[in-house]
Design a protein around this ligand. Structure first.
Ligand SMILES: [Zn+2]
Ligand SMILES: [Zn+2]
Length: 48
């Protein structure tokens, strides 16, 4: 699965970049972790 140190969002449907101390790119993705979402709605332009 995801590399812990790759600096991308841990949301399975999201590939947005994060900073070193963040697991998720946004609060949306952090809150969505427990939901089996097939699409990300974080609002970042490179992310559908
Ligand atoms: Zn996203
Ligand atoms: Zn994200």
């Amino acid at each position: 699965m995801a590399d812990d140190n790759d600096n991308t969002c841990d949301h399975p449907a999201c590939s947005c970049p994060t900073t070193d101390d963040q697991d998720y790119c946004s609060a949306y993705c952090e809150n969505a972790e427990d939901t089996a979402e097939i699409a990300c709605d974080c609002g970042h332009p490179n992310c559908s």
